[in-house]
Each structure stands twice: as C-alpha cells, then as structure tokens.
Design a protein around this ligand. Sequence first.
Ligand code: NAP
Length: 271
Amino acid sequence: MNAPLTRRKLALITGASSGIGSAFARIAAAKGFDVALVARREDRLQSLAREIAERFGVSARFRSTDLCDPEAPNAICNWMSAAGCQVDVLVNNAGYSIPQSFAGTTLTNQLNYLELSVTGPVSLSHHVLPGMVERGWGRIINISSITAFSSGGKGHTLYPASKSFIVKFSQSLNAEVASKGVYVTAVCPGFVDTEFQQANNMADKMSSTPTFLKQTADEVADEAWRRNDRGVEVVVPGFLPKLAAASLKLVPEQIVTPITRAAAEKYYVGD
Ligand SMILES: NC(=O)c1ccc[n+]([C@@H]2O[C@H](COP(=O)([O-])OP(=O)(O)OC[C@H]3O[C@@H](n4cnc5c(N)ncnc54)[C@H](OP(=O)(O)O)[C@@H]3O)[C@@H](O)[C@H]2O)c1
C-alpha cells in the first residue's frame, strides 16, 4: 500500500498482523514513527494500518509477504527503497513453531522455518544496517524467547535453537554497532497471550497455564522498546520471566534439563 512520504523516522515491523508485532506497531506510531507492516494476512495489515494512521496521524504502509520465501527480505527492502523510505527501527518479530517431531515433518518445512526465524532477520538487518550507521541512529529489536536459555525438548525442535541464535546474533551485532548509535536488542519473552498458541496447535495446552504467568503483548513490546532505546542488549520482559531466565542460567544443567524437557513434553503434539 502507498502512503505519503514524510520526514518522520520509520519503523519496519515483521509479523505485525497480530500479537507482539501489532503491539510494537502501535507503540512506534504513538511515539511518532511512520510504520511499515509486514506479515501474510493482508486484511489484518490493512485494518491495522488504517487504525494507526487515523489514531496517531503517522504514515502506515503494509505489504503481504511470506517470510519463509528466501526472496522476501530482498523484496521488502526493494519495496522500501521504491517508496523512498529508509528504515530507522527494524523489529524482527514474525514467528511460529513446528510442534511435531523433527523427523515427522518434511525437511522443506524445517528449512522454511529457518528462513523466517534465522536467515530473514539476518538478511533484513544486513540490508538496513549501513543506512542506520551512516545516519548515526538506528534500532534493531529481534524477538527471541525465554526458550533460548532452555535445554530444548521433544517437538518445536528448531525453536530454542533459532531463538538462541537470535540472542547471540543480537549481542555480537550490538557489540559492533552500539558505539555508532545503533542499538541491537534480543527480546526473550516468557508466556505471552497472543494468537501464537492457536497458530501452533498449542491452544488447549496453553489454556491450563496460570494467568499470572502470562503477559500481554503490550507489556512485552513496551518494555522491549524502552530498554532497546537505552541500549540494553538482552531483555527478558516481566518479573517472573526474568526470574525464570536467571534460574535457567544459574542452576546446573543436570537440574534444569529434566524440568525444561518435562515442560516441552506438554507442548509436543507427536508425529
Ligand atoms: N506468545 C508467546 O508466548 C511467545 C513467547 C516467546 C516468544 N514469542 C515470539 O514472539 C514473536 C511474535 O509472536 P506472537 O506471540 O505475537 O504470535 P502471533 O500472534 O501468532 O504472531 C505471529 C506473527 O508472525 C507472522 N507470521 C507467521 N508466519 C509468517 C510467515 N510465514 N510470513 C510472514 N509472517 C508470518 C504472523 O502473521 P501472518 O499469519 O499474518 O503471516 C503474525 O503476525 C514470535 O517470534 C514468537 O516466537 C512468543
């Protein structure tokens, strides 16, 4: 969708059609950023873009894109350049998970997952970084998960691995560019009440998770945005997830592993 070109800074947000991505889009717009929204569901993006433009008076453009397509990052960046837009904030948020066993799903499915969750964020960051460094200001927020600190378990096989990658990638990149005015942050949420569970066949299992353990997408995006802006490299939003993340790091692996394996078993849907 075309939207008027403005002199405001712009935030590009992937996975903006629901949950944490939509929350980031509203926060960015409330802070006066133009937004560029990417996900597959065009109707959702269109109505969010309309809401944001009306509510916050910023420019909101959107593009329906499947981020499992290896060409997607290039296509998104060409779309931005063709519109004369530069990206000042990049939020690599789009995500899903594969709850079945690794061998029980096709290799193509697994590689598509890596495209969206690993290669995509790397490519988009690589595209936007030179402009950010040249302007001396930029923000990259990469959405990981508290499972990045876990020992993994049955099903969702690549999920903790990809989320650990996101943490290490963000830390290294931040070490390279923070002194140039570009802050890179990995965000590691615990349980967040979004469409993630329905989208990944976990809704019935998640319904038994106590409410006090769940955060809202707004809480996660708000803390992530504020702390990224202060240059914090790894953000675990919320008190209980912070406690859990600290325990995962400090408690010996032989104690943590059986606990995280039992937790993972709960969300495993088998072959
Ligand atoms: N919810 C949690 O408990 C939780 C905890 C830790 C980390 N996270 C992470 O938080 C991020 C956001 O998840 P969420 O909780 O907000 O879940 P969500 O409500 O399901 O949102 C996921 C977003 O990703 C987009 N997406 C999925 N597959 C895509 C594809 N192939 N191409 C383009 N976009 C795609 C979806 O849009 P379309 O379907 O329209 O494409 C949607 O906008 C993910 O990276 C997730 O791993 C979530």
